[in-house]
Design a protein around this ligand. Structure first.
Ligand SMILES: [Zn+2]
Length: 196
């Protein structure tokens, strides 16, 4: 019974991790992040950030086709290999695929959307134009919102999703956070107290 549960558990864990592997590793290298401030420092709004957001969006959606591979292995193992391992693998990767399919119907479930990049562009445009918050605006994306680093004005109440920068936490915690967050912001946007 214990062997059954442990094989099922291993299958379950692999079924969750394998489809997310590109999302968890692709952008984490030092060279890939040389242009960005280290996590968790605020990130300056600039074209490299927009490019990174679009990459994170692609990696998030890549999970859907990537989950089909462990699903197929799980099904094969269920039929003619280790049934407990195969069932765990199949159910976890199937659940992952289902989660992404539901996101296709309800797009605002995805942590990074085209709208995210458009909102950042709108902030950059405002800062460059006459509606700027102050004389020398420095728009940065903090963990819970986009703010001006010069005058501290809130420019967009959008929490920062996972941008793929390596985290400073110790390894197991870092991996667990990335896995559990699934690309989403780890903080919820807090309503700002009314000013004035
Ligand atoms: Zn400002």
């Amino acid at each position: 019974m214990l062997a059954f549960i442990s094989r099922f558990g291993v299958g379950l864990a692999l079924g969750h991790v394998l489809p997310r592997l590109p999302m968890l590793v692709v952008t984490r290298g030092k060279a890939a992040n040389a242009r960005f401030a280290p996590h968790p420092a605020p990130v300056h709004l600039e074209p490299h950030l927009t490019a990174r957001l679009l990459l994170m969006r692609r990696l998030w959606w890549l999970v859907l086709p990537a989950s089909l591979i462990p699903m197929a292995f799980g099904a094969a193992s269920l039929v003619s290999g280790n049934a407990a391992f195969g069932f765990g693998l199949w159910i976890a990767s199937g659940w992952t695929a289902l989660h992404r399919l539901l996101a296709l119907v309800k797009l605002d479930v995805a942590p990074v959307r085209l709208e995210t990049a458009q909102r950042l562009q709108a902030v950059m445009d405002r800062c460059a134009g006459d509606e700027a918050c102050c004389a020398h605006p420095v728009p940065v994306w903090e963990s819970e919102a986009v703010r001006c680093a010069a005058c501290r004005s809130m420019l967009d109440p959008m929490p920062r999703p996972d941008l793929g920068r390596p985290r400073s936490d110790p390894w197991p915690v870092r991996f667990l956070r990335l896995w559990v967050a699934d690309g989403h912001a780890m903080l919820l946007a807090e309503p700002r107290p009314p000013t004035g």
